[in-house]
Write a protein that binds this ligand. Structure first.
Ligand SMILES: [Zn+2]
Ligand SMILES: [Zn+2]
Length: 269
């Protein structure tokens, strides 16, 4: 198994030591771990600063690589928070530093935070979901410097802010926007991830889950990674097996891994 979305203490919202993450990964049967630390240059109304020192990060990765060299492959990676005000900075950060793998994520829509609920103020359920998907669609077309789009249906984690649950939403209403987003990704050699954090947030679904994965496959999608989005050692490697099952159910024969931002395809068993 490959955990392609893990945050160590180099992310502002994690305290996990890389060493602990690596140990947890090995115990969970993970063969490759990607430390996808947060860069989010535009993040209003939040006390955390989502930036990290690449030199220190690189040194720390090199250390755990040496320590666990026979048991685990450790990749240098990043989760870039995409925002139109910061395309230039994000592009520079992605290209001036070495990464094996880059996730591009949208954590804000309407310039407001999903996580603290600001985004949902004054919006109906439909407005919230539609604007969210349109925002991702726009950002993915404007900013290209990443390998996979992070947690496409992240909004499912926060629908309690509009007193709803993801099962209340008719997701098929947004398939046109999502299919167009998939096309933009596929046509430029990018893909998506299956993010298992939904299980941690007790919404019991992968982000995105099976119907979206089928749509991605039907649209011609091939590049797809699976990651836990773990911020603590208890979640490293968790539910990855479910993620691979979803891939198979959607018709994928392979899961994608990366080296130097180039995809490789590993057959699913
Ligand atoms: Zn994220
Ligand atoms: Zn993350």
């Amino acid at each position: 198994m490959f955990d392609y979305h893990v945050h160590s203490l180099f992310s502002a919202d994690s305290k996990m030591k890389m060493e602990d993450a690596c140990q947890a990964a090995i115990s969970a049967g993970v063969k490759e771990i990607a430390f996808t630390e947060h860069i989010d240059y535009f993040y209003p109304n939040c006390d955390l600063i989502f930036d990290f020192d690449y030199a220190e990060y690189g040194k720390a990765v090199d250390e755990v690589r040496l320590q666990f060299q026979d048991k685990l492959t450790v990749l240098k990676a990043v989760e870039i928070g995409i925002h139109p005000f910061k395309h230039v900075e994000n592009q520079a950060f992605a290209n001036e530093n070495f990464f094996d793998f880059i996730i591009g994520s949208v954590h804000l829509a309407d310039d407001k935070d999903l996580h603290n609920g600001d985004y949902f103020e004054g919006k109906s359920l439909n407005e919230a979901v539609e604007t969210y998907f349109l925002t991702i669609n726009q950002y993915v077309k404007e900013f290209h410097d990443f390998n996979v789009l992070g947690h496409l249906t992240l909004i499912k984690r926060y629908l309690h802010f509009v007193k709803s649950h993801w099962t209340d939403v008719r997701w098929a209403n947004y398939y046109d926007i999502i299919e167009d987003t998939f096309k933009a990704l596929i046509d430029s050699g990018r893909g998506i991830e299956v993010n298992m954090s939904g299980f941690r947030y007790r919404i019991d679904c992968a982000l995105p889950d099976l119907p979206f994965l089928k749509l991605y496959k039907e649209t011609g999608g091939e590049i797809i990674t699976v990651g836990t989005d773990a911020h603590s050692k208890h979640f490293v490697g968790k539910h990855l097996d479910l993620g691979y099952e979803l891939l198979q159910s959607a018709g994928f024969k392979y899961v994608t891994t990366f080296r130097e931002r180039k995809p490789r395809f590993v057959q699913l068993k």
